[in-house]
Design a protein around this ligand. Structure first.
Ligand code: A2P
Length: 336
């Protein structure tokens, strides 16, 4: 059987990757509908050898659609996904709008595929840094429960969308030409700079991005007790995120064992050559499906803790690929 799919936000950074993935993965695709704002209506996007005409989203957009892949921001998802549910479609949402809703499963297929069975029409795709973290550390957590996670992230411009990526390129050019770097999409110039993540500040002085890592990891692992703290930073990288992670266990966890587990973990690629200081890098993670993990070492300040470093493509596994994998999971388990 084939499935009719609508991409909501088809012109964006994640929407563009969703199109590429549906083609590349031989998804059992029936009709494909590309939806965006009024601004893009009538323009076209490429899919396989076809030009698909973009439609502005309307009340009737989801009639005859089986799966909605939404990536147009939280307010758009809040407005349109309940309408898609009424029309009988199942939505996989990239925004944060429904992630912490107890009625909505939050899924990383390598970690908690079983949660998909409880869906009521909407499934949430987690935050990008959380997806990359979960894929890399859950295999260790299964062998010996992690008690505390300390994370520092180095997040690319792609997390703020296609326009932010363009802005970083323009700023870089401006600076090399001796001109001022203009920031319009991001709050400060990112080229040749970095700044703590620009998501809204919360009452506890952590920004929303940091609290997403805390709350979403707990929900995905189904472990409300796990302690997590994070510092999220934007860096002038175009599309892959990096994370420095410290994991604390109840007892020592040998680096050899961690390496052996991660070498065979699904969605993970071990990348490390200590003799060459060669470890995961965002330019090598870009375009790849796997999360690259390396620099696994004993924390010299704590007998029960490990350090590791990871890079993952924010647009692929951090967003579009995870969403398509959720769709594939729904099909495989007859959950549509
Ligand atoms: P458009 O290009 O028509 O503005 P990104 O995350 O890369 O910034 O992409 C955001 C996506 O969300 C784009 O495809 C954008 O389409 C879409 N979008 C933004 N506003 C709306 C809206 N009001 N209705 C539908 N799609 C929207």
């Amino acid at each position: 059987r084939k499935y009719n799919v609508a991409i909501l936000g088809a012109t964006g950074a994640v929407g563009t990757e969703l199109l590429a993935l549906l083609e590349e993965r031989n998804f059992p695709l029936g009709k494909l509908k590309v939806l965006a704002s009024e601004r893009s209506a009538g323009k076209s996007v490429k899919f396989a050898d076809e030009d698909l005409i973009i439609e502005a989203v309307t009340e009737s957009s989801f009639d005859d659609v089986d799966i909605v892949l939404a990536s147009a921001g939280g307010s758009i998802s809040k407005k349109w996904l309940p309408i898609a549910t009424k029309a009988g479609a199942v939505s996989i949402d990239n925004s944060s709008a429904f992630r912490m809703n107890p009625e909505v499963p939050l899924i990383v297929p390598e970690v908690n595929p079983e949660a998909a069975a409880k869906h009521k029409g909407i499934i949430a795709n987690p935050n990008c840094t959380t997806i990359l973290l979960s894929v890399a550390i859950y295999p260790l957590h299964q062998v010996q429960p992690i008690q505390r996670i300390v994370a520092a992230t180095y997040q690319s411009a792609s997390g703020a969308g296609a326009r932010a990526m363009e802005e970083v390129k323009l700023q870089s050019q401006a600076i090399l030409n001796g001109e001022p770097a203009i920031a319009e999409v991001l709050p400060y110039p990112l080229a040749f700079n970095l700044f703590p993540h620009n998501s809204p500040m919360t009452d506890n002085s952590y920004c929303e991005e940091e609290m997403k890592m805390v709350n979403e990891t707990r929900k995905i692992f189904d472990d409300p007790e796990i302690r997590i703290t994070a510092t999220c930073v934007r860096v002038p990288v175009l599309r892959a995120h990096s994370e420095a992670i410290n994991l604390e266990f109840a007892q020592p966890f040998s680096t050899d064992k961690a390496r052996e587990i991660l070498a065979s973990a699904s969605g993970v690629q071990l990348v490390e050559d200590f003799s060459k200081n060669y470890f995961p890098m965002p330019i090598e993670a870009s375009g790849k499906d796997d999360v690259l993990v390396g620099r696994i070492r004993q924390d010299i300040s704590h007998p029960n803790a490990l350090e590791l470093w990871l890079c993952g493509d924010q647009i692929r596994k951090g967003a579009a690929l995870n969403a398509v994998q959720i769709a594939e999971l729904l099909i495989a388990k007859s959950l549509l």
